[in-house]
Design a protein around this ligand. Structure first.
Ligand code: MN
Ligand code: MN
Length: 308
């Protein structure tokens, strides 16, 4: 009956999936976990409100029991795929170590329940404790869509802010490689850039995406276990203004989806996050709707390319 409900009818859960906390036993194909933590933001806060706002906005994109009808292939996708909203990790406010511990434990538990865990931040600092839950793998390739590198060793004596999650992750998680798409921050740390290059990371600017998208798609990983980390500031702020540190000249929605689609089609997707969406910074609600649409479309791509 849920599929007949209007977009704004509740209770609000991700894509109107049933709510099942991790304290209960269940398994599903896809599990959503909210990480409403933004105490590591260096500029404008608000990403803590994203899991709630995306639950509300995603009612607009709740799939029916037959899934989504794909206009390109004229077939249904996500048919019979089970979705669960596993609720939120409760942040311990200023105790970032405790918060990160809770996030890692919840992410480990979610990975055991579902084929595709979807983490909804929160600022980008949460990706570090999420990636710690993947430390059992020999190798994992992170495809990060982001205006910023987030690979600073420290800034202002701070090592766990949203500008450092991937620096901390490569120190703790074995076998990590990283491809970043959409770079254009004006204040890029040259130390961080060099350190990422020296580790063999693939760093692609937004200008490169605009100039030659096929060239960029050629450089994505192939045949690997992958994790997609999607920062809401990767797309152009004209379509997604609700983010802490917007940077002009970003990706179009279509370019971002093309990168994610190619990544999913030629690799094994083991996890996904959407971070840095601050709904309070966009009173029009557009950012939350675009973010919810993005989550729904990535699931559709995953569902149509993954044998379930
Ligand atoms: Mn980021
Ligand atoms: Mn960013």
């Amino acid at each position: 009956m849920r599929h007949t409900e209007l977009p704004f009818t509740g209770p609000a859960t991700f894509l109107k999936a049933p709510y099942r906390p991790l304290s209960e036993p269940w398994i599903a194909d896809v599990g959503f976990l909210g990480l409403p933590y933004d105490f590591a933001v260096g500029y404008r806060p608000g990403a803590r409100f994203a899991p709630g706002a995306l639950r509300e906005a995603s009612g607009r994109y709740a799939p029916g029991p037959e899934g989504y009808f794909d206009l390109e292939t004229e077939t249904y996708c996500l048919q019979g795929v089970s979705l669960v909203d596993a609720g939120d990790v409760d942040p311990a406010q200023l105790e970032y170590q405790e918060t990160f511990h809770r996030i890692t434990e919840a992410a480990r538990a979610l990975r055991q329940r579902v084929r595709l865990p979807v983490f909804v931040g929160g600022d980008h600092s949460v990706t570090y404790p999420v990636l710690r839950a993947y430390d059992d793998l020999e190798a994992l390739h992170v495809v990060q869509l982001d205006a910023h590198l987030d690979f600073s060793d420290s800034r202002n004596a701070t090592r766990y802010a949203n500008s450092s999650p991937f620096r901390r992750a490569v120190e703790d998680v074995p076998g990590l490689n990283i491809t970043v798409i959409g770079l254009r921050g004006l204040r890029t740390s040259s130390e961080a850039y060099r350190a990422a290059r020296e580790r063999g990371h693939t760093l692609v600017t937004a200008a490169k995406v605009r100039a030659n998208l096929p060239w960029v798609l050629e450089r994505l990983p192939r045949g690997q276990k992958v994790y997609v980390s999607f920062d809401a500031d990767a797309p152009d702020p004209s379509i997604l203004p609700g983010t802490s540190s917007p940077e002009a000249e970003g990706l179009t929605y279509g370019e971002a989806i093309a990168v994610v689609r190619q990544t999913i089609e030629q690799n094994e997707l083991l996890g996904l996050d959407l971070v840095e969406l601050a709904p309070n910074l966009d009173p029009s609600g557009l950012s939350s709707l675009v973010g919810a649409r993005l989550l729904a479309e990535v699931l559709a791509v995953w569902g149509s390319t993954t044998a379930l």
